[in-house]
Design a protein around this ligand. Structure first.
Ligand code: SAH
Ligand code: SF4
Length: 455
């Protein structure tokens, strides 16, 4: 979501003549877009700010220029705006995730010498109505925010405080933005939201609000769009229509990020997740019945207050039962203002570190095995990036695995979906050869995803 937000901030500034630069030392405005979900992420901001201050002072001294305008955006800005201004008074602008459409006006005021500009409201107007429609292309694999905020208040999580209450964009706005992304070259769209499957958007022609399943079916009809994904979803919001969509919509990729956090019912209750481990496993069963071979990813937290060894073992057991294609796992990190941070039964750092290492060993082994099973298979890959070496290009399989391959003219395949024969599996990626480069008879077969002949 931060990548998406950063893109929208660039769009908003582009209207006023600014362009992005890869070189921080060239920038007239530097925006640090921040995440507050774990402690590490917010501590990083203050070390980045220190570095930025040293380099901008050096630059102002060397070149006699004005120091660049420094903006802190995102969820740390929302949560710690005043604290940022106090600890780093050279920061010109602090803007929260709901008001970055006002960035040009804030920059204009900073340019006239105003200091300490802080805008962390949750305004009544939706920022999406204020963002420019035209923007830079996101390339073949694009993101589209359809929902923001959360009303679930899990014990450990700052999202409801930093991103505010749940808000879904109207169907018509989502479809229009999807259309523009496709026009600019998107073949794949990942629908984003903190709780994306809680989506309930205003229907295009009145009537009952649409859920995510219905929205996905409508987007799948857009010409040119080959792949749809969504993230991040909550097990409790997985309704029957969405489960069925996994079986019925070929464009909906057979990969799902479905965070479970823990495999212990006691910890899940303390987290306020409002489902059990058994219900999660049952849900996975129904999803896999709808879409055989569905690859799963998840989020895990180890060391939530009160987590005992037996609870952690229950998480390990759930991982063995489900089998994940990949996953993200974190040590519990107390976040200011959340109920869990005030709990008395905090877990020691060494115990957290030990559990995380054991969990990651298991998850990594499952990921390696998942990748290894792809070797020898032919998989459709959407190419969206150049590789680091000449003639190399990279893309993703339907199950989100990164794939590298080589060809004479990588540029010509950018945005194309082509069959690749997987030859090697690594921990985090695959390598392969283009199927049509290998077989003179490849023209006879069809790409199962696009239905097109491979030629
Ligand atoms: N809405 C999603 C989660 C979004 S936050 C859900 O309910 O599943 C992304 C991930 O960050 C979470 O799934 C969780 O695993 C992790 N996370 C959030 N708060 C955390 C904390 N205080 N400590 C450690 N990990 C945390
Ligand atoms: Fe945070 Fe997700 Fe829980 Fe909402 S549902 S509070 S975003 S972990």
């Amino acid at each position: 979501m931060n990548v998406y937000d950063a893109g929208r901030m660039a769009d908003v500034m582009a209207v006023h003549g600014y362009a992005q630069t890869d070189c921080a030392d060239e920038a007239e405005i530097t925006v640090l877009n921040t995440c507050h979900i774990r402690e590490k992420a917010s501590e990083k901001l203050f070390s980045d700010l220190g570095r930025l201050r040293r380099s901008s002072r050096r630059r102002a001294r060397n070149e006699g220029e004005n120091a660049p305008i420094v903006v802190v955006a995102g969820c740390v800005a929302q949560a710690e705006g005043a604290e940022i201004m106090r600890r780093a008074p050279w920061v010109d602008i602090v803007v929260g995730p709901q008001t970055y459409h006002r960035l040009p006006e804030l920059v204009r005021r900073a340019r006239t010498g105003e200091r300490g500009l802080l805008d962390i409201e949750f305004p009544l107007e939706s920022k999406f109505d204020r963002l420019p429609e035209e923007g830079a292309s996101q390339g073949p694999a694009a993101f589209l925010t359809i929902q923001e905020g959360c009303d679930k208040f899990c014990s450990f999580c700052v999202v409801p405080y930093t991103r505010g209450g749940e808000h879904s964009r109207p169907v018509a706005a989502v479809v229009a933005e999807a259309g523009r992304l496709i026009e600019w070259g998107a073949r794949e769209i990942t629908l984003l939201g903190q709780n994306v499957n809680a989506y309930h958007g205003e229907a295009p022609r009145g009537g009952a609000e649409w859920g995510l399943g219905r929205l996905i079916r409508a987007l799948a009809d857009l010409p040119g769009l080959a792949r749809i994904r969504y993230t991040t979803s909550h097990p409790r919001d997985m309704d029957e229509d969405l489960i069925a969509a996994h079986g019925e919509v070929p464009a909906l990729m057979p990969y799902l990020h479905l965070p479970v956090q823990s495999g212990s019912d006691r910890v899940l209750a303390a987290m306020g997740r409002r489902h059990t481990a058994g219900e999660y496993v049952d849900l996975v069963g129904r999803l896999r019945a709808a879409r055989p071979g569905l690859a799963l990813s998840s989020d895990f937290i180890v060391g939530h207050p009160g987590e005992e060894e037996a609870d952690f073992e229950a998480t390990m057991a759930l991982v063995r039962t489900v089998g994940f294609a990949q996953a993200y796992s974190f040590k519990y990190s107390p976040r200011p203002g959340t109920p869990a941070s005030a709990a008395g039964n905090q877990i020691g750092e060494a115990v957290k570190a030990d559990r995380l290492a054991r969990l990651q060993d298991l998850l990594n082994a499952q990921q390696r095995e998942f990748n290894r099973r792809t070797v020898g298979r032919t998989v459709p890959v959407l190419f969206d990036r150049r590789g680091r070496r000449p003639h190399q290009l990279a893309g993703r399989t339907p199950a989100m695995q990164a794939v590298h391959t080589t060809c004479e003219d990588p540029e010509s395949l950018m945005g194309e979906i082509r069959d690749v024969i997987v030859t090697e599996a690594h921990a985090n990626s695959l390598a392969g050869e283009l199927a049509d480069a290998r077989s003179p008879f490849a023209g006879a077969s069809r790409n199962p995803e696009t239905g097109r002949a491979i030629a």
